[in-house]
Each structure stands twice: as structure tokens, then as C-alpha cells.
Design a protein around this ligand. Structure first.
Ligand SMILES: *Cc1c(COP(=O)(O)O)cnc(C)c1O
Length: 395
């Protein structure tokens, strides 16, 4: 039996690999602290679970859902966008349902990238961007995200011949893994860039509500004329603690939405209707859990900044996401640092290189663990002298 060249051409899914190492450590009896995953630790809010229970009891919801999502679901999503961002999207032509953003990203890429085409993606970036472009037979072009540019790509630095071969530009703000944020002027520039080169701009807005200290994340569709070139992917995973439910939606350019929905109709049969009903309850229900979770993330972030400060790291508080993107100690590679964190202290953190070549010199820490456990992780680092200066000490 031989698997396809397509599958052979892509690296194994990074987080599946990291999880194997975690499981091996657990099997050795290590009390592992997992600061690797980006999965909210709080439960899905009660009113959403209740709506699901009720919907589950109705046989009408047991049938195949309509392609592209239920009318009521798309209307509720459009209404939510209007309320949240002040943008108008037509629920019939400018909205389509997704089985989460990961699926939406893959199928958007499949709908737009042919063999030989280039996709412009951030480096570091969410691994799916790269692998889906490879699966489509295309070539990823990495746009470096650097601290000195506030983790925004420099669009002017992309060579003209690359722009000519590009079919798609993709990025996500608030950003995973760097926790960087973008404001409207950057989005305006990106829309102008996509227009100039006649390519699709896909914005992955997974963390729109996970923002702190008064910062509010914009939608790319707030840019005048963005709908001519852009789509935006939304997911309920992070906002409503619903990672396991698998539901999201895409909005924006009607032609691109139609292409995405058309490809999807050949592959999947949409989201279980009861889940769509529960998602409507999420869009229309109370939002106090969002503020509650953001306060938790802020509290954990501040504990991390203080504890890591005592270990030698100087950290600027991130304005969004439950990630911290931190430099590895001088002279220590990302891979070596993360191996030591697991082998010496029993802490799982992914190396920056898991997100692309420009992730070298960084590691990501996620704040999806309660503060006691988080503090325990820093206590272990201190005990084992894992400090920002450890590299120098060793030389
Ligand atoms: C979590 C995440 C996703 C995937 O979200 P799902 O809707 O659960 O598939 C997509 N993009 C980024 C940047 C993420 O962090």
C-alpha cells in the first residue's frame, strides 16, 4: 500500500507530534504541565449547552443540514457581525457556514490555489496555512513577522515576481502565535495590496473577542471596499469555548464565498443542525462569559510576566489572545529549549520553529491552564535554573 505523494509532501501535524512527546512523558510517570495547547479551559456557557439539548430533542434537526448553513444561522451570524463590527453582509450571498476555521482555511486554499500558484502566508503562522497550500500543489511564500515590525508583514518587501504568481494572501490578527495585533491602517494597506495584484485576501479572525486592556480587534471588512477582494473566517471555538463543537462561518466577497461553498458542497455536508441552533444561542445570548474569560487570561498573563520577569525575561503585556510569544535564552535554539523544558521541568511548550523558520529563537506559551498550575510551572523553571540567562551561564 502506498500513500499519495500529496500526503508524503507534508510534514506531520506539529501538534500531533508534540502531543506524542507529552504522552510519552506522562507514560514515564512525569506530572506534565501542558502549556502547549490553545484550547480554552473553561466550559461552553450554560445557555449554549441548553440550546443544544433542546435542539437535539427535535427530529427535524436530525436530518441533513442545508449546504452553506441554515438560513437562521447565517442571519444570526450576519447580525452578530453588524452589532460587533458595524459591517453589513448579505446572509444569502456573503455568508457561509464552516466546520470550524481550520476546515474553512483548508477549503479556501483548495478553492483558490492551483499547482504552481503562490500563497502568501505569515511566518511564524498557524501550520494549516502552509500545509494546505502544499496539499493544493502550490508554493507557500513566507512573510516574516518580526518583533521590530510589531509582528505585521512588510507587504512592500514581497518581490514583484512573487506577487505575480500569488493567488492568495492570508494572515490572522489578533495573531497566533505571536499575540500581535493589527489596526485598520494595516488592513487598509493589505486590501490595497490585494486589489493591486488582483488576489484574494483571507483574514482568519479566530481571536476577535479575546482582547485585553481596552483593545478591540477590527474586522477586515471595516475597510472601505474590502468586500471586493477579501473574505474573513470566524469561529466560535475560542470566543465561546466551543473548540470541540466544530462550527464557524466565512463572510465577505460573494464570488469567493460562492467558490468556497461550492467546493465544500462536494466534500462535506455541513454542520449538524442542532449545533447551528446552539450557535445562534451563542450569537444572541449574554456575553458576560467573554469578559469573565478575558479577566482570567489577563490574570494569568500578569502572573506569567511577573514570574518570568524574576527569571530574567522582559515582557511587554500582550493585548490579545491566550498566547505569549517569548524569546528563548540567548544561545539556546527553540528545539533545545523546548526539549529541556519537557525533560527537565515536565513542561510542554511548542518551539517557535513549529510555526515557521522565523519562529527560531522563540517559544509559545499558552494561558489555558489555571493560575495554580501555571505558577507551579514557573516554580519548576526556577528550581531547575531555566532562566533567560541560562545559555550564557553554560558557555
Ligand atoms: C484555533 C485556530 C484556528 C482553528 O479554529 P477552529 O475553528 O477550531 O478550527 C484557526 N486559526 C487560528 C489562527 C487558530 O488559532
Amino acid at each position: 500500500m502506498e500513500v499519495s505523494h500529496r500526503l508524503k509532501a507534508i510534514p506531520p501535524y506539529v501538534f500531533a507530534e508534540i502531543d506524542k512527546k507529552r504522552q510519552a512523558a506522562v507514560a514515564r510517570g512525569v506530572d506534565v504541565i501542558n502549556l502547549g495547547i490553545g484550547d480554552p479551559d473553561q466550559p461552553t456557557p450554560r445557555h449554549i449547552v441548553d440550546a443544544m439539548h433542546e435542539a437535539l430533542e427535535k427530529p427535524i434537526n436530525h436530518h441533513y443540514p442545508p449546504f452553506g448553513g441554515m438560513k437562521e444561522y447565517k442571519e444570526a451570524a450576519a447580525e452578530w457581525c453588524k452589532k460587533r463590527f458595524g459591517i453589513t453582509v448579505d446572509p444569502v450571498t456573503e455568508v457561509t457556514s464552516l466546520i470550524g476555521s481550520k476546515e474553512g482555511l483548508h477549503n479556501t486554499i483548495m478553492a483558490f490555489i492551483d499547482r504552481g500558484d503562490v500563497g502568501l502566508i505569515p511566518d511564524p503562522g498557524y501550520p494549516v496555512y502552509q500545509t494546505s497550500i502544499l496539499l493544493a500543489g502550490g508554493t507557500p511564500y513566507f512573510m516574516p513577522l518580526k518583533p521590530e515590525n510589531n509582528f505585521l508583514p512588510d507587504l512592500d518587501a514581497i518581490p514583484e515576481d512573487i506577487c505575480k504568481k500569488a493567488k492568495l494572501i492570508l494572515f490572522n490578527y489578533p495573531n497566533n502565535p505571536t499575540a500581535g495585533v493589527a489596526d485598520l491602517p494595516f488592513f487598509e494597506k493589505a486590501v490595497a495590496f490585494a486589489k493591486k495584484h488582483d488576489i484574494l485576501l483571507c483574514h482568519d479572525l479566530s481571536y476577535s473577542e479575546m482582547t485585553f486592556d481596552g483593545y478591540k480587534a477590527p474586522s477586515i471588512l471595516q475597510v472601505h471596499g474590502a468586500k471586493n477582494v477579501a473574505i474573513e473566517l470566524h469561529t466560535l471555538s475560542k470566543t465561546y469555548n466551543m473548540t470541540g463543537w466544530r462550527i464557524g462561518f466565512a463572510i465577505g466577497n460573494a464570488q469567493a464565498i460562492k467558490a468556497l461553498a461550492s467546493l465544500k458542497s462536494n466534500i462535506d455536508t455541513d454542520v449538524f443542525k442542532a449545533i447551528q441552533v446552539a450557535a445562534i444561542a451563542a450569537f444572541t445570548g449574554p456575553t458576560d462569559h467573554i469578559e469573565f474569560c478575558n479577566r482570567l487570561y489577563i490574570e494569568r498573563r500578569d502572573i506569567a510576566i511577573k514570574a518570568l520577569g524574576e527569571l530574567g525575561w522582559t515582557i511587554k503585556p500582550n493585548k490579545a489572545t491566550f498566547y505569549m510569544w517569548l524569546p528563548t535564552p540567548k544561545g539556546v535554539t527553540s528545539a533545545d529549549f523546548c526539549t529541556q523544558m519537557l525533560d527537565v521541568a515536565g513542561i510542554v511548550v511548542p518551539p517557535g520553529t513549529a510555526y515557521g523558520p522565523n519562529g527560531e529563537g522563540f517559544f509559545r506559551m499558552s494561558l489555558c491552564t489555571d493560575k495554580e498550575r501555571l505558577q507551579e510551572a514557573f516554580d519548576r523553571m526556577k528550581k531547575h535554573s531555566i532562566t533567560y540567562d541560562m545559555g550564557k551561564a553554560r558557555v
